[in-house]
Write a protein that binds this ligand. Structure first.
Ligand SMILES: NC(=O)c1ccc[n+]([C@@H]2O[C@H](COP(=O)([O-])OP(=O)(O)OC[C@H]3O[C@@H](n4cnc5c(N)ncnc54)[C@H](O)[C@@H]3O)[C@@H](O)[C@H]2O)c1
Length: 341
């Protein structure tokens, strides 16, 4: 018997072509989609992207000013029968000016077979779960997996969500260091997550200390077209794996230039980001995409003392690799609001 298509599976709950599912952030969170499933889907999406089995034009950007950007992100994944558009805003001064997080994101998902919209939904929860999952996929292929120390710089929405998933990948971890420009963000991260991880979390005494003492270092601060690196190259030790979600805005280009391996998620997207001025100074061409390594087309880490930098800038295929999972689960459980088109 042939397997049901995605459309057939959701048609029991949604009159496709006439109705749309609206899902808020808290409704997306309430589904508790397993982080293992999300990580597996990221591995599939990253490798399919690099094997040209998906369609995803590079992100389009429009800029109100140097600290603010809107990003348009379409994607199509035939294997998931998933297609849609994500609309993101990143306003770096939001917290100060409006008491709002810097990032907003909404997803418009369409039916793969007839093209009509099927869901208009929060994109932040998917982003905050898939981004740390992508970081952990990078870690799996690029880091020394026996690492004993992990450092997280930047403890906003994205950085905090790295904390519960780190020990899924690093089984020998002895310590997680955290660092943020706001002391309160470090205190809150430890208060919120210490009970969820089996190793001690510790506030780093300085940016220099977290950089020097972490075998694996992740950064989720902010990016802008006017980056001002704060991490000195001489602090960065050999053998470190650096995984950033913020376009390595805190790292000096000397570090990126001396890395033994510089990996991105999309060469095409990276080229656009370079042209738009997101990187300080001159940085090298990436060696490969992480998907090439997952697919066995390029080597990952080959020795313990290699300095490796992964710069996954975030792709729409990451989002649309799990969007269907959220939509189907919500419909099956009666979560969300069905609206007429
Ligand atoms: N690559 C991706 O797939 C992806 C996806 C989502 C978000 N992002 C990016 O990740 C970054 C973090 O996003 P967020 O939603 O968590 O933002 P956020 O504003 O909620 O948090 C950023 C945190 O970094 C801290 N910070 C800022 N500058 C710092 C510095 N120099 N040193 C230490 N801490 C510093 C801030 O105090 C804040 O706590 C942003 O650049 C965002 O655009 C990337």
């Amino acid at each position: 018997m042939s397997e049901l298509s995605f459309r057939e599976r959701i048609s029991k709950y949604l009159n496709v072509g006439h109705e749309i599912l609206y899902l808020t952030r808290s409704e997306c969170e309430s589904l508790h989609i397993s982080r293992e499933l999300i990580r597996e889907q990221m591995e599939v999406a990253l490798s399919q992207y690099s094997l040209r089995q998906t369609q995803m034009p590079a992100k389009s950007h429009v800029f109100p000013d140097a600290q603010s950007v809107f990003i348009g992100m379409p994607a199509l994944l035939p294997s998931e029968q998933s297609v849609g558009f994500k609309w993101v805003s990143a306003y770096n001064n939001n917290q100060k000016q409006f008491g709002l997080p810097s990032l907003s994101a909404m997803i418009l998902a369409s039916d793969y077979e007839c093209g009509w919209p099927i869901a208009f939904m929060d994109g932040v929860h998917i982003m905050e779960t898939r981004t740390p999952a992508v970081a952990m996929v990078c870690a799996k292929y690029l880091a020394n997996l026996n690492a004993e120390t992990f450092g997280m710089i930047g403890l906003g929405r994205e950085g905090r969500n790295h904390l519960p998933v780190i020990c899924d990948t690093f089984k020998n971890l002895k310590k997680i260091y955290v660092y943020d420009v706001f002391e309160s963000a470090m205190d809150k991260a430890i208060a919120d997550f210490q009970s969820q991880v089996p190793v001690p979390m510790e506030k780093a005494s300085s940016l220099e200390q977290i950089v020097k003492d972490s075998q694996v270092l992740a950064s989720a601060t902010f990016f802008s077209t006017d980056p001002k690196p704060t991490i000195k190259d001489e602090w960065v030790p050999k053998g470190q794996t650096i995984i950033v979600t913020d376009l390595h805005s805190q790292f000096h280009p000397d570090t990126i230039n001396r890395a033994d391996l510089y990996v991105v998620d999309s060469m095409e997207q990276q080229k656009g980001l370079v042209e738009e001025g997101y990187f300080y100074g001159t940085i090298p061409e990436p060696n490969c995409e992480i998907g090439h390594i997952i697919a066995g087309q390029h080597q990952g880490r080959t020795s313990e003392d290699q300095l490796i930098v992964a710069n996954p800038s975030g792709m729409a295929v990451d989002d649309f690799a799990v969007t269907g999972l959220f939509i189907k689960t919500a419909l099956e459980r009666g979560v969300g609001t069905i609206l007429p088109l």
